[in-house]
Design a protein around this ligand. Structure first.
Ligand code: GDP
Ligand code: ZN
Length: 294
C-alpha cells in the first residue's frame, strides 16, 4: 500500500497525489465504518494496480480540519488584510490570529492594497501596525497587486506546506491568488493539466502546486466565534502572553484583576501592546458571555 495526499475531491472521486502523479480514486476500506469523510489535504493510503486510478483504503489522523473551505492538515494561513477598502482592522486580525494559533496553523499576515495608502495620511498608521506585528514575531508582508508585477516574496513561504488564504471579503484574496497563478502553471504543467483547474465553475476546493508547496485555490476560514476556545486557554494564542502566562502568581489567572499578574506587568512595561491586551479582554468577555448563553 502506498501513501499519497488528496488534492481534489469531486463527484465521488478523490484525486490522490503521490510524487508527481495523480490517481483518481474511490473510497473503500475501514475508514468508512469510522464515518470518516475524506477531505482535500488528507494523507491517505491507497491501492492502485495501474498508473491512473485506484482505491483509498485508509485516511490518516488529521492535525486540523477547516470547515470552510473543507480542508484537512492545513499548515499555514495567509491572512490578507487590506490597508484600506476595507480599513485595516487589528481587532479582526487578532480574532483570526487566535483561531489560527488555536488550530496549530502558522499565520502570515499580508497587508494588501498598499498602493492605495502610499501617499496618504493612513500610511504611517499602517506602517506602525506592520512594525508592531513584526515585533510580536509575526511574518508581515505588505503587497499590492497593482504595482508589484511579481509576488515573488510569497514563493519561499509555500515550500513544503499546505497554505490557505483567509480574510474578509474585498481585501484582495482572489487578486493575490490570480497573481500567483501564472507561475504555478509553468511549474506544475503535468499535474495542473491533468486536474484541469475549472476555477469558479464548480464549488469545490482544490490544492494547487506552487513554490514546492500546496495552496488551496479557494480562500476562506471556518467560523470565527470562540465556541471551541476556553477562557483559560485564550492567552496561549497571543504569543507575547503565552510566554509570560506561567509567571502569574495565581494558577488560572485571567490576567484581568488578579494581583502579581505577569501579563498585566507586560502591558504596563510596554512589552505587550495595549491594543493586543484590549483585544484579549474583549475576546475573554465574549467567551464568558457565550458560556452563559449555552
Ligand atoms: P477578495 O474578496 O478578498 O477575493 O478580493 P478581490 O481580490 O476580489 O479584490 C477586491 C477588490 O480590490 C477588487 O476590485 C480588486 O481589483 C481590488 N484590489 C485587490 N488587490 C488590490 C491592490 O493591491 N491594490 C488595489 N488598489 N486594489 C486591489
Ligand atoms: Zn495573569
Amino acid at each position: 500500500m502506498t501513501e499519497g495526499r488528496i488534492v481534489k475531491a469531486l463527484a465521488g472521486f478523490y484525486y490522490v497525489m503521490d510524487q508527481d502523479q495523480i490517481f483518481q480514486c474511490r473510497g473503500r476500506g475501514n475508514f468508512r465504518k469510522r464515518k470518516v469523510n475524506p477531505l482535500v489535504g488528507d494523507w491517505v493510503e491507497y491501492e492502485s494496480s495501474n498508473k491512473t486510478d485506484g482505491y483509498i483504503m485508509d485516511v490518516k489522523e488529521r492535525k486540523n480540519e477547516l470547515v470552510r473551505p473543507p480542508i484537512a492538515n492545513v499548515d499555514q494561513a495567509i491572512l490578507v488584510f487590506s490597508a484600506v477598502q476595507p480599513d485595516f482592522s487589528p481587532l479582526l486580525l487578532d480574532r483570526f490570529l487566535v483561531h489560527i494559533e488555536a488550530n496549530d496553523i502558522l499565520p502570515v499576515i499580508c497587508v494588501s492594497k498598499m498602493d492605495l495608502v502610499e501617499e496618504t495620511s493612513e500610511y504611517e498608521k499602517i506602517q506602525m501596525y506592520i512594525e508592531k506585528y513584526r515585533d510580536l514575531g509575526y511574518e508581515v508582508i505588505p503587497t499590492s497587486t497593482k504595482t508589484d508585477d511579481s509576488l515573488e516574496m510569497f514563493y519561499p513561504l509555500f515550500k513544503d506546506k499546505l497554505t490557505v488564504f483567509a480574510g474578509q471579503s474585498g481585501v484582495g484574496k482572489s487578486s493575490l491568488l490570480n497573481a500567483i497563478n501564472p507561475e504555478l502553471m509553468l511549474e506544475t504543467n503535468e499535474i495542473s493539466s491533468h486536474l484541469g483547474r475549472g476555477k469558479h465553475t464548480t464549488r469545490h476546493v482544490e490544492l494547487i502546486l506552487f513554490g514546492n508547496g500546496l495552496v488551496a485555490d479557494t480562500p476562506g476560514f471556518s467560523s470565527l466565534d470562540f465556541l471551541n476556545i476556553e477562557a483559560e486557554d485564550l492567552s496561549k494564542f497571543f504569543p507575547e502572553m503565552n510566554e509570560r502566562r506561567g509567571d502569574c502568581k495565581f494558577r488560572g489567572c485571567s490576567h484581568t484583576s488578579e494581583p502579581k499578574c505577569a501579563i498585566r506587568a507586560g502591558v504596563e512595561s510596554g512589552e505587550i501592546p495595549d491594543f493586543r491586551y484590549e483585544h484579549y479582554v474583549s475576546f475573554l468577555q465574549e467567551i464568558k458571555d457565550q458560556k452563559r448563553r449555552y
